[in-house]
Design a protein around this ligand. Structure first.
Ligand code: PEP
Ligand code: MG
Length: 582
């Protein structure tokens, strides 16, 4: 049994077989082919024979490819490397045999030995270049072992926990959610977009584990503890039994939360809050409404972009927005304009930047690089506004000039639609995200030109403390409880109040109970979060008073250290709702 700790992203307990995405690309026949008592001479003989056959088939295939390409072809050099390994260089077969003898399937034994080489090769920059080659060799051998019956990630027959170095948001969206019960990655941060998608999909997840792919081979039984951020590999009996109990408790808690859905998000002293949902695709709206969302506070439209559809048409945008309007049923729908780039879909024109989070991302891409793409989206949003309570939200605004320019483009889009006789809502609200420190500092000036603010703490935190939100190495420094963050929240909220415009929050902070007290204490009444978090936050809100929250916030504003804030807020949240923090 081994336990690894990472960054918890989505709560939940999952017990299932591991599927390592990067190496396998298909599921290894796992624990079910382990021998019950770890040793069975007949079975291991059969497994060894299967392995030898696969090696022979791989050798024949490689030799044929070398003949086809000629020995000097660059691909043949790589194939030579494969050949040498298969000729038992470094005792490859001996180790595979030993694993088989210890009760593992041939597939598992191959993957494990390859994992050993992968780790070894990564130790030096000279040998690191061989990693893709050993990956290829593994793929070839596994293909021959598993044959045509292999299962791809999109069509699995048993439930799994996906283990990967990293997952892109796009990969996450293609997971077969009936069979993928959770995932764990080496890389990533709590607010990376993959983590955000996991929240949206309510898929238990842990990121930033550092080296889980070095340790898990695929096919092992793993426990994923999404609350503590732990992955337990090959658990012993006692641990397994303990986690089965936890799983039951977690399910019971979830059921308890169901009962809250119809009740208002109201503090004990009568302050009513509006809980809204963040979504990445219209399909999530139904789940969000069921969870108690009173509207959509953030629709991340960049997920309309994909490798298959890198440049969606106006009609495609409109179709999706109309679908969202139908599903949201008269409630508000805040459509955020494209936030392309950085760790989301990167259009061809802006790939390869040194610092994509500081580069031509989001509104900058729309204004500086592709006005046509922006205009197309604005036209679609405006057209959709004639049939629902649609609002426009501009991301990554960092200056008044940017806001003025974006608004001028909205006017251009309106003018075009007017000339074409296409209906839209003339007084559609235009709000901005406050997620860049310069915007928070200049919130009073921006408030004169915006109909509403929505605070995006995911980016605000990364830019305030200068920590890449996706970089696992520096995640400890990504600190939402930093006093500088609270000061900027205060500046923003006060500016909105003075200008009499609504202000809400849509960063991940809004779904973290540790921050509910200070957010309410700062005067926020509209919180937008991942749908799955709504019931939990509602429960928390219903157990506190706004007066207490105000006092807590006053206290926090006197602190000058994040550690102090964490201790204070963690203790307060635990005292108020102990059941959810054990
Ligand atoms: C944010 O930055 O807080 C936010 C909500 O936007 P995103 O996570 O999509 O960058
Ligand atoms: Mg953002």
């Amino acid at each position: 049994m081994r336990t690894l700790s990472g960054i918890p992203v989505v709560d939940g307990v999952v017990i299932a077989e591991a599927l390592v995405l990067e190496a396998e690309k298909y599921r290894l026949p796992g624990t079910q082919s382990f021998m019950a008592d770890g040793q069975d001479p007949e079975l291991s003989k059969k497994e060894r024979a299967r392995y030898r056959e696969a090696v022979q088939a791989a050798k024949d295939e490689i030799a044929a490819q070398i003949v086809k390409r000629g020995p000097t072809h660059p691909a043949s050099m790589i194939l030579n490397f494969h050949q040498n390994m298969l000729e038992d260089e470094g005792g490859f077969h001996e180790h595979v045999d030993a694993y088989i003898e210890s009760g593992r399937s041939a597939e598992h034994a191959v993957a494990r030995r390859v994992n050993f080489y992968r780790r070894k090769f990564r130790e030096s920059s000279y040998t690191a270049r061989l990693v893709p080659d050993i990956d290829d060799l593994e793929t070839t051998l596994l293909r021959h072992l598993i044959g045509e019956e292999r299962e791809t990630v999109g069509d699995l027959t048993v439930p799994v926990v996906v283990i990967a170095r990293d997952l892109t948001p796009q990969q996450t969206l293609t997971l077969d959610l009936k069979m993928v019960l959770g995932f764990a990655t080496d890389e990533g941060g709590k607010t990376s977009h993959t983590a955000i998608l996991a929240q949206s999909l309510d898929l238990p997840a842990i990121v930033g584990l550092g080296r889980v792919t070095d340790i898990v081979t695929g096919g092992e039984l793993v426990i994923l503890d999404g609350r503590a951020g732990k992955v337990i590999i090959d658990p012993d009996e006692a641990t397994l039994a303990r986690y089965k109990e936890r799983q039951k408790k977690f399910e019971a808690q979830k059921l308890g939360l169901e009962e809250l859905k119809a009740l208002p998000a109201e503090t004990l002293d009568g302050h009513r809050l509006t809980l809204l949902a963040n979504i990445a695709q219209p399909e999530e709206i139904e789940v969000a409404i069921k969870a108690g969302a009173e509207g959509i506070g953030l629709y991340r439209t960049e997920f309309l972009y994909s490798d298959e559809n890198p440049d969606p048409s106006e009609e495609f945008h409109l179709k999706e927005y109309n679908r969202a309007i139908d599903l949201v049923g008269g409630r508000p729908l805040v459509i955020r304009t494209l936030d392309l780039g950085a760790d989301k879909f990167v259009p061809a024109g802006i790939s390869g930047e040194n610092n994509p989070f500081l580069g031509c991302r989001s509104i900058r891409y729309c204004l500086m690089e592709r006005e046509d793409v922006f205009l197309r989206q604005l036209r679609a949003i405006l057209r959709a506004s004639s049939s629902g309570d649609v609002r426009i939200m501009l991301p990554m605004i960092s200056s008044l000039e940017e806001l003025v320019r974006a608004k001028a483009m909205i006017e251009d889009a309106k003018r075009e639609l007017r000339a074409e006789g296409i209906p839209y809502r003339e007084d559609i609200p235009i709000g901005i995200m406050i997620e860049v420190p310069s915007a928070a500092i200049m919130a009073d000036a921006l408030a004169q030109h915006a109909d509403f603010f929505s605070i995006g703490t995911n980016d605000l935190v990364q830019y305030v403390v200068a920590v890449d939100r996706t970089n696992q190495k520096v995640q400890e420094l990504y600190e939402p409880a930093h006093p500088a963050v609270f000061r900027l929240l205060l500046t923003t909220i006060e500016a909105a109040r003075r200008a009499k415009i609504p202000v809400s929050i849509c960063g991940e902070l809004s779904g973290d109970p540790m921050f509910t007290l200070p957010l309410i204490g700062l005067g926020l009444r509209d919180l937008s979060m991942a749908p799955s978090l709504i019931p939990r936050i509602k429960r928390f809100i219903r157990s506190i008073t706004a007066i207490e929250a105000g006092r807590d916030m006053d206290q926090v504003l006197t602190h000058s250290s994040s550690t102090r804030n964490r201790e204070y807020l963690g203790r307060r949240a635990r005292d108020l709702d102990p059941e959810f923090f054990d």
